[in-house]
Design a protein around this ligand. Structure first.
Ligand SMILES: Nc1ncnc2c1ncn2[C@@H]1O[C@H](COP(=O)(O)OP(=O)(O)OP(=O)(O)O)[C@@H](O)[C@H]1O
Length: 271
């Protein structure tokens, strides 16, 4: 059957969007024009990566989506489900640094957003334990951050972002400081979580290889002020695993993404 472009079909396609930025610019108070105009539409349940040179505005995009910052012009829209817990706003944020409280154990670190949202202690602890189980840290709830490896602390940070059950997960170079083997394992575990939980993920990275491995779409940004240079769909057999990482298709996609990224670096000062 041919689907007609009725207004209800248009509405349905609009409600399928998790995030939409239209004509967005951002100029900071010091006059730095970080972004734009920038247009991006992310469908519910999609996994996309933002890739671009340092300072091109990737973190700015995440902060605008999280409403930690307001656009100078344009429209930022974020779909939210009803009755969500404040102050999660249906969005979980994972930063490059795990930013854990060193004086609190893992369970209490993960429970923090629930505590701030007024969830009773017993329920909060049960939910923290359930999400720790999800990220493979069921046996470490009573440990302190200093007792864990960098990769494990990043899992704690991920658990804390997931504990409010947000629809959208924003990840700002979360694995950049980790060694490659740990990073590969976390990549696989993140993909498994994404498949199991159906979250929309917007992932910022400097790594072409990581962006291609993880995402359904790689959005390549220009140098500042960041705009979209290319939007590349990564199509392969799902679920992805190590055989994708060593496949010819993976190499081809990495070349394509690198090629799209190259103009973003032209005119940049030499390293
Ligand atoms: N609060 C701020 N005030 C002034 N300028 C800012 C502020 N935040 C970011 N900038 C500037 O805006 C530009 C974009 O910053 P942003 O952090 O979004 O880039 P990025 O692509 O995430 O960078 P990186 O890859 O290095 O993390 C940069 O030039 C940065 O110095």
């Amino acid at each position: 059957m041919v689907e007609r472009n009725t207004s209800s079909a248009v509405e349905a396609s609009l409600t399928a969007l998790a995030v939409s930025l239209r004509g967005v610019t951002k100029t900071y108070d010091n006059g730095v024009m970080a972004l734009g105009p920038f247009d991006l539409a992310v469908r519910k349940g999609e996994f996309i990566s933002l890739l671009g040179p340092s300072g091109c505005g990737k973190s700015t995009v995440l902060r605008l989506i999280a409403q930690l910052s307001a656009p100078s012009s344009g429209i930022v829209r974020v779909a939210r489900h009803e009755g969500e817990l404040q102050p999660g706003h249906g969005i979980g944020f994972v930063f490059q640094e795990p930013t854990l409280m060193p004086w609190a154990n893992v369970r209490e670190n993960v429970r923090l957003p629930l505590k701030l949202g007024g969830v009773a202690k017993a329920e909060g602890r049960a939910r923290a334990d359930a999400v720790l189980d999800r990220v493979g840290l069921a046996d470490f709830a009573d440990a302190f951050p200093r007792e864990l490896s960098g990769g494990m602390n990043m899992r704690v940070s991920l658990a804390r972002a997931l504990v409010t059950d947000p629809d959208i997960l924003l990840m700002d170079e979360p694995f950049a400081a980790l060694d490659e083997i740990t990073r590969f394992r976390l990549n696989n575990d993140l993909l498994a979580l994404w498949r199991a939980l159906g979250k929309t993920v917007i992932f910022v990275t400097h790594s072409v290889f990581e962006s291609v491995y993880l995402s359904q779409r790689v959005v390549v940004m220009t140098a500042r002020p960041g705009r979209i240079q290319a939007d590349i769909r990564i199509e392969t057999v799902e679920p992805r695993g190590e055989e994708f990482r060593t496949s010819t298709a993976y190499g081809d996609y990495c070349r394509k993404v690198s090629g799209a990224l190259a103009p973003s670096y032209s005119g940049q000062p030499p390293l």
